[in-house]
Design a protein around this ligand. Structure first.
Ligand code: SF4
Ligand code: SF4
Length: 242
């Protein structure tokens, strides 16, 4: 099978498993980013980025903090993503190639929120969306209302191209941030460090020190910069697709 046909088949399988968006990154775009272990990427040529959309009403209900409902939906989406990544990895291995699923949202430490590999960086390189001023991946289809997972592989696949940043002069996330952490700085591809885009400590302190303690939430999530992004809002999306 040609790389083009393999890519098409793989994306179709991921969609049949429940993915809403699938993109393929050339690992060369990820050179130099943090990973655990440090040579994690060395065996692979492609990184597959898979997104599942979260329901709009979960975000529309948020006012200034996460809700128990959002917390549970967040968990469910991660579980679905991990299932998709696992099954896709099995499909790749059956065809004689290697595959490594990177679990969705599994921070290795709760201070710096580092993980094995940034799913956002992979999604950015795979052309799923651009990195917005909030550091979130903003997809043209669903804005930031998605969760992500990654599968690394050496399967010959056609890589997708990164998208151009379309934040423009928007300041919605900067104005709405409950920790006044977003700096309103844009990037053409990705930020050199997350502190270039946001005051990470302010955001993390809010999530760990306050939101994680809310009854029924139990994890460091927020959702406000996801809610307000115009690319994700139901009305904006309807206008763009009509
Ligand atoms: S997650 Fe919350 S605190 Fe952090 S940048 Fe977004 S709105 Fe601000
Ligand atoms: S709210 Fe506006 S500035 Fe923030 S990520 Fe979305 S489009 Fe970009």
């Amino acid at each position: 099978m040609s790389a083009r046909d393999s890519s098409k088949a793989l994306k179709e399988i991921a969609r049949n498993l429940g993915a809403d968006l699938v993109g393929i990154a050339d690992v060369a775009y990820l050179k130099g980013i943090d990973s655990e272990p440090v040579d994690l990427l060395s065996r692979y040529t492609r990184a597959i980025s898979i997104a599942v959309k979260l329901p709009d009403d979960v975000f529309e209900q948020l006012v200034d903090r996460p809700t128990p409902l959002y917390s549970q939906v967040y968990l469910n989406a991660n579980a679905l993503l991990d299932q998709i990544a696992l099954r896709l990895s099995g499909y790749i291995e059956q065809r004689g190639f290697t595959a490594m699923p990177i679990p969705a949202s599994q921070p290795l430490d709760m201070t710096e929120f580092r993980s094995h590999l940034s799913a956002k960086a992979v999604a950015n390189a795979a052309g799923l969306g651009w990195q917005g001023k909030s550091l979130l991946i903003i997809t043209p289809e669903f804005g930031p209302r998605i969760r992500l997972v990654t599968v690394l592989t050496d399967m010959p696949l056609v890589a997708d191209r990164p998208l151009k940043n379309r934040c423009g002069s928007c300041t919605a996330c900067t104005s709405a941030c409950v920790a006044q952490a977003i700096r309103n700085v844009s990037t053409t591809f990705h930020y050199a460090s997350r502190d270039e885009a946001i005051d990470f400590r302010k955001c993390a302190d809010k999530l760990v020190g306050e939101f994680k303690m809310l009854p029924g939430v139990d994890k460091p999530i927020c959702g406000i910069c996801i809610k307000v992004c115009p690319w994700g809002r139901k009305l904006g999306r309807a206008r763009r697709t009509s």
